[in-house]
Design a protein around this ligand. Structure first.
Ligand code: 4AD
Ligand code: MG
Length: 431
């Protein structure tokens, strides 16, 4: 009789001596005297397996001696606590079968001479313990977000990713030929969310966004996933509160459910409690000037300044009151100053920088039309967006938070590409 099948994670919880059958891949192998040790990895974790004469059958011993790294195998045996084993547990092998043999595994320490080697072989290197840990954290960020919005009565929507209206300005659009018409890959679903608040009041969306980013940086992908939320009848203050609560929910969920993965990454998360600190754009400009990193009022905050300010915080914070000149056309301005928007960036600490941007939108038709004209935007492709302002549009606000930026910060990654299973950057569209 064959033993019942379990996962590695379950095997760690079973009573000593329990019979198990596991499927997985061989991560590494070593021979010590008459004993063969291997590390078996499945979708839930990794565990040591040990094969010794008189316990393992003869076929199993022969198979485990032959097995190559990354071969798919099945193992039958008993769970055994052993202080010498990693994490204190091993499987004493009775039976062992090679299900699919692997050729010589190319991802070895000596072969990895540059990060690009790992990304050229990303289809293989994603099996590494660290990248698995990062992707589990990334998934948890998304699960936490869905739970958060569902609990608060937001409706999940979808929006087209082939569009004609540029949400965030023309400079980063990917253009495509849509049966002879010009179309673009969507930079953000915000404009469609604004249409959807009339039906659902509170909406959220989770979908890819595309930016033809011209600069090579550690925080830009050309395709990334964004979580966006939009609410009717709320002000920017409530919009900031929502972001604080979301980031608090994400961080506490990741800290709780992905402690093992964070350990693998050598990362500790301080769960940020709302309210988050708020500094204004003008204050950032002051700080920058004092450090000899000054810039013109009205410009976007330069990356090095953002990094510098971010390094002075140990939890996320907002930069508020951005000049209109540094923002997209739809931003609502302050009642007492039409050069300053009711918008903010949410900045991750320790130098990781911006993870979200949000603000209050213009609800008034004439005001928005004036912006479209002033910025010489193609009014035809924004006609539907303008039209919304004619049919009962209340005060509304929302934000977008980058999934990979958030995962990068939580995992403490040098480069954002490590937070994507198959990253797309200015220099990479394959694999
Ligand atoms: O700041 P952004 O451009 O804001 C918007 O698109 C708004 N329309 C969102 C909204 O209000 N609904 O993008 C939002 C977030 C950024 O803060 C960042 O986390 C992420 O998306 N992001 C990127 N992530 C990776 N690579 C890029 N090139 C990114 N560009 C933006
Ligand atoms: Mg932004």
């Amino acid at each position: 009789m064959t033993a019942q099948r379990y996962t590695v994670e379950e095997a760690f919880r079973l009573a000593d001596g329990s019979p198990v059958m596991l499927y997985g891949w061989i991560k590494s192998k070593s021979q010590i005297g008459g004993l063969t040790f291997a590390v078996l990895r499945d979708g839930t974790g990794q565990i040591q397996i040990a094969a010794r004469k008189n316990v393992a059958n003869a076929d199993a011993l022969a198979a485990i001696q032959q097995v190559t790294t990354e071969s798919a195998v099945s193992v039958e045996g008993a769970v055994k606590s052993d202080a010498r084993a990693p994490d204190g547990r091993e499987i004493q092998v009775k039976d062992f079968k090679i299900l699919a043999k692997s050729e010589k595994w190319p991802i070895t320490k000596s072969a990895v001479t540059s990060p690009s080697f790992l990304y050229d072989n990303r289809h293989l290197s994603i099996r590494g313990r660290k990248s698995i840990a990062v992707m589990k954290v990334r998934a948890e960020v998304i699960y936490a977000t869905f739970d958060f919005f569902i609990k608060r009565g937001f409706t999940l929507i979808s929006a087209p990713t082939i569009v004609q209206s540029a949400c965030e300005g023309g400079s980063t659009l990917f253009e495509l030929n849509y049966f002879g018409q010009k179309a673009y890959l969507s930079q953000s679903a915000q404009l469609y969310e604004e249409a959807a608040i009339f039906s659902f009041e509170k909406v959220f969306i989770f979908q890819p966004a595309f930016r033809a980013e011209k600069s090579k940086t550690s925080k830009h992908l050309t395709e990334f996933w964004m979580i966006e939320a939009e609410q009717a009848f709320v002000s920017q203050e409530e919009n900031l509160k929502l972001q604080e609560d979301l980031v608090n929910a994400i961080a506490s969920r990741v800290a709780e459910k992905r402690a093992k993965e964070l350990d693998v990454l050598g990362r500790k998360i301080i769960v940020p409690e709302p309210p988050f600190p708020k500094v204004s754009y003008d204050e950032v400009l002051d700080m920058a000037e004092k450090k000899g990193m000054g810039f013109e009022w009205g410009e976007d905050i330069p990356t090095n300044v953002e990094r510098e300010v971010s390094q002075t915080f140990d939890r996320p914070f907002f930069i508020t009151d951005y000049p209109l000149s540094a923002r997209s056309f739809y931003h609502m301005t302050k009642p007492d100053n039409d050069k300053v928007t009711k918008s903010a960036d949410l900045i991750a600490p320790e130098g990781y920088g911006e993870i979200a941007t949000g603000g209050e939108r213009i609800s008034n038709y004439d005001m928005l039309m004036e912006r479209v004209k002033k910025q010489e935007l193609p009014a035809e492709s924004f006609q539907w967006y303008l039209d919304l302002r004619k049919y009962g549009m209340p005060t509304h606000a929302g934000f977008g938070i980058g999934v990979e930026r958030t995962a990068r910060w939580l995992c403490g990654l040098k480069h954002i590409r490590a937070a994507s299973l198959f990253p797309r950057t200015i220099t990479r569209v394959n694999p």
